[in-house]
Every structure is written in structure tokens, then in C-alpha cells.
Write a protein that binds this ligand. Structure first.
Ligand code: RB5
Length: 147
């Protein structure tokens, strides 16, 4: 699995925590987030990362900002992206099993590093259930294709 990681200035500490986790899990990743000496705009980081997941260059993406909200809104504008904003472990598991989310967003101002690690680990390790959930995702894809 190849993961793209990105984030703005408000998510830098949590992004470093996720980087440590990816290294511990021996998952290949590229960090395209800001170096963050100054304040930046989250769409400038979320949109290119989402495009690189949508194109198939990366299997999954993890986005971090202050709340996770801006990054998730931006990522979900990109065709083919199912970005889940997650701040609990149960949702991390279910969004993989039911939504086949290909991007995860978290907020550094919302949760601490320990929980963020658990969420990211669960999200990375959980497979899509398929079945009836596939049918539902197909409806989203059809909507995207036809608008
Ligand atoms: C930056 O201050 C903050 O607005 C951003 O990181 C994010 O939380 C937006 O949704």
C-alpha cells in the first residue's frame, strides 16, 4: 500500500505522529504537507493530494488540518474520492468496511496523538466489506459520472 499524507500548518504535529506510525507499520508514504513556517490554505494541500489518490498513484491518503473539516471538504470535491472525517475508532473501522473510504481526515485541534494513531492504524488495517455496500458506492459513482 502507498499512502499520501498532507496537511496545513494547523495539523503539523499530528502529521508527524502519523508519519511515525506509517514508518512503524512499514507503509510507504509521501508527505506533501506544508513545511509550515507560515499559515497556508488547506485547499492547496488537500486538492493535489486527493487528485493523486484519484489517479491511482496512491492507494490511500491521510489529511490533517486544525479540525479536519476543511481538508475533507476539499478532498471530496475530487471525483473518485471518498474522504472520511474521523475522530473515533469505531467510525474509522466502519468507514472502511461500509464506505471504502480512500482518504482519512483528522483534526489536530480536536483529538490527541494517541487517539489519532489508533484511528489511522484501524483505518489502514480494515478492509472493505463489499456486498450491499458496493451497490451503494456504485450509486455515488454513477452520480459523479453523470453530473
Ligand atoms: C486553519 O486555521 C484552520 O482553519 C484549518 O486548519 C482547518 O481547521 C480548516 O478546516
Amino acid at each position: 500500500m502507498k499512502v499520501i499524507l498532507s496537511g496545513d500548518h494547523a495539523g503539523m504535529t499530528l502529521r508527524n505522529e502519523v508519519k511515525d506510525l506509517l514508518e512503524e507499520m512499514h507503509i510507504a508514504y509521501e508527505d506533501t504537507g506544508c513545511s509550515c513556517e507560515t499559515s497556508v490554505d488547506y485547499p492547496d494541500y488537500a486538492l493535489p493530494a486527493a487528485q493523486r489518490v484519484a489517479s491511482g498513484e496512491f492507494d490511500r491518503g491521510i489529511l490533517i488540518c486544525g479540525t479536519g473539516i476543511g481538508m475533507s471538504i476539499a478532498a471530496n470535491k475530487v471525483k473518485g474520492i471518498r474522504c472520511a472525517l474521523v475522530h473515533d475508532v469505531y467510525s474509522a473501522k466502519l468507514t472502511r468496511q461500509h464506505n471504502d473510504s480512500n482518504m482519512l481526515a483528522m483534526g489536530e485541534r480536536v483529538i490527541g496523538p494517541g487517539l489519532a494513531r489508533e484511528i489511522a492504524k484501524t483505518w489502514l488495517e480494515t478492509a472493505f466489506d463489499g456486498g450491499r455496500h458496493e451497490r451503494r458506492l456504485n450509486k455515488l459513482t454513477a452520480y459523479e459520472e453523470n453530473r
